[in-house]
Write a protein that binds this ligand. Structure first.
Ligand code: ASP
Length: 330
């Protein structure tokens, strides 16, 4: 029995056309995908049955919003029983935020949900669009059930949805997963590294009413030499702020010789702002106790984001705020 795969097209370079203002999303990709579907031989064995769902409007992913994350999650859940897997076509700029968001917002994880995009549009010479699309469909159709999860397929890599990050605006391997082992690789054959991975738990009956927080509920601040307590306070004073992702140094370290800075963090936490610390280096993991400068942040109530990427921390905070959970569930 052929696998049934739903392709959800949200926009992005993969389907863009040249306009006078530069590349912009275009609906024609669906015609090209339909052609690809009709040309069954693109899939050598057991070609899957493909169906498509195109969003209106198609967007450049720099226009992505938490509301659209929720829409994608709802569209998948609504059709969950009708398909064996899902492919989401997405712009690369914010793809890692959406793949992370789907890890948290989807309640069911028994089937692969594969995000992909491209560095060059479908019709361009040397475009990676066709190969990424075909690889994503194959992964959605063949990922072992024991590994089924939200993942990103791009270039030669298969990566966990909430550990992936965009590392290049140029290379065909535009994404990597430096804080978590790859789920598999794409070469002549598709290989799944199944011994390393299990799938996320499902919560199909979880009846949480999701209510997205207001705009500006989550902010991101990157530490740098010269940053001051007043800068931190100014960000925390922005109306509606409920959570802050703090990109700290190394293993979660921050300034220790500026008592006002730590005081500002303490006050933010006391006023109800969740302060989540992630690490700046690509492969960094927050281990507060390694340095006194990390203990400082922990001591004033900041939460360790451990091996979360910035993208995953932001989308997880949106999920926690939307579901009414508190800092203790981070
Ligand atoms: N600006 C584009 C987008 O994110 C870039 C891309 O798709 O590669 O939609």
């Amino acid at each position: 029995m052929p696998k049934r795969i739903l392709i959800i097209y949200t926009g992005g370079t993969i389907g863009m056309k040249q306009t006078v203002n530069g590349l912009a999303p275009a609906a024609d990709l669906m015609a090209e995908i339909t052609q690809l579907i009709e040309l069954g031989p693109a899939f050598h064995e057991n070609p899957p049955q493909l169906q498509t769902l195109s969003y209106e409007p198609l967007i450049d992913s720099s226009d992505m919003t938490p509301e659209i994350w929720l829409k994608i999650a709802a569209d998948i859940e609504m059709r969950y029983d009708d398909y064996d897997g899902f492919v989401v076509l997405h712009g690369t700029d914010t793809l890692a935020y959406t793949s992370s968001a789907l890890c948290y917002f989807l309640r069911r994880h028994g089937k692969p949900v594969v995000l992909t995009g491209a560095q060059l549009p479908f019709g361009f010479p040397r475009s990676d669009a066709r190969s990424n699309l075909i690889s994503a469909i194959e992964v959605a159709a063949t990922m072992p059930v024991s590994m089924a999860q939200v993942c990103v397929v791009f270039g030669s890599r298969i990566m966990r949805g909430n550990r992936v990050t965009k590392i290049s605006a140029n290379a065909y391997d535009a994404f990597d997963s430096p804080r978590f082992p790859l789920l598999g690789s794409i070469g002549i054959d598709i290989q799944f590294f199944s011994s390393l991975h299990t799938r996320a738990p499902e919560h199909p009956d979880l009846d949480v009413r999701l209510q997205l927080p207001e705009d500006n509920a989550v902010a991101l601040l990157r530490l740098h030499p010269g940053i001051s307590a007043s800068m931190f306070r100014a960000v925390c004073a922005s109306p509606g702020l409920r959570a802050l992702v703090l990109e700290a140094y190394g293993s979660g370290n921050g300034p220790t010789r500026d008592p006002q800075f730590l005081d500002a963090v303490r006050q933010a936490v006391a006023s109800g702002v969740m302060v989540v610390v992630v690490s700046q280096p690509l492969d960094g993991v927050v281990t507060f106790e390694r340095y006194a400068s990390g203990s400082g942040l922990a001591g004033v109530g900041a939460i360790s984001g451990r091996d979360l990427t910035t993208e995953a921390a932001i989308s997880k905070l949106y999920f926690l705020l939307a579901s009414g959970a508190s800092a203790s569930s981070f």
